[in-house]
Design a protein around this ligand. Structure first.
Ligand SMILES: [Zn+2]
Length: 255
């Protein structure tokens, strides 16, 4: 049970209780992560394909006993969902990465005598010269910057086609888990860096979608008409993201 108490040391006791609960959850399945949520109204299981874990969401007033029962009852579902995830493609020497529609082979040359890491994208190869034993985070940063540059350019290009005073305020490219892109009322956009692994026309559709939101916030017919107008190939892009979007999560994961 997670108790809430205002006495001194109560916080630590809560922490201990949480750690114990997490242990109990892990004994049901090692890839289950306990999340106690103030906003959640009911217990739920949520797959995180990038981290290859399943979050057990528990409302903060719910009993931990019931949460554990819930997890036990759904153990097969958890196993199945994790099994169905596409094979991860870690950033290791020889890995093939589809970068904006072109297959690029990763070549990592490790030399401890080097002063720094140097990354260069060629038409068919991504050449990494490094003194780091684990260069994956550096490669991720490089690709994230590449995604940011490409997305920013395309988004501004599309925004020019919209006759509206409201402009793009900012574009951030981040490690999003649940959405490929978003656009706020005041024109702040964010995109997943993993869109760099989608075919160009699919990335184009996601950008067109968010730019169309500058004009129409909802998903009405008027919105879709606008989105189609801004897309290079709406049908292809939309279908590709629907069918294959989840597979983008496998890049840059550890095997
Ligand atoms: Zn939308």
């Amino acid at each position: 049970m997670v108790r809430t108490t205002s006495t001194k040391g109560g916080k630590n006791r809560d922490k201990d209780a949480l750690a114990k609960a997490q242990q109990a959850v892990n004994s049901i399945h090692p890839c289950l992560r306990l999340t106690v949520s103030k906003r959640a109204r009911r217990m739920a299981l949520r797959l995180d394909p990038a981290a290859r874990v399943v979050h057990l969401i528990v409302p903060h007033r719910a009993s931990m006993e019931r949460a554990l029962d819930f997890a036990r009852q759904n153990k097969l579902w958890v196993e199945k969902r994790l099994e169905d995830l596409p094979e991860p493609v870690p950033f290791v020497d020889g890995a093939v990465l589809p970068i904006m529609g072109h297959n690029v082979t990763l070549h990592i040359h490790y030399d401890p005598k080097l002063k720094m890491t140097d990354i260069e994208l060629k038409p068919r190869t991504l050449i990494v010269k490094t003194n780091k034993e684990d260069v994956a985070p550096r490669i991720k940063r490089f690709l994230r910057q590449l995604a940011s540059d490409a997305i920013t350019e395309m988004a501004h290009e599309k925004a020019k086609q919209i006759d509206r005073n409201k402009k793009i305020q900012s574009i951030t490219v981040r490690d999003t888990r649940s959405r490929w892109g978003s656009c706020s009322e005041d024109g702040k956009m964010s995109f997943s860096w993993r869109l760099i692994f989608a075919p160009s026309l699919a990335m184009d559709y996601v950008i067109a979608h968010e730019v169309a939101h500058l004009k129409v916030m909802d998903h009405s017919q008027r919105f879709w008409t606008q989105c189609e107008k801004l897309s290079d190939d709406f049908d292809f892009g939309y279908d590709w993201m629907q069918k294959n979007g989840h597979s983008l999560m496998r890049f840059g994961q550890d095997a």
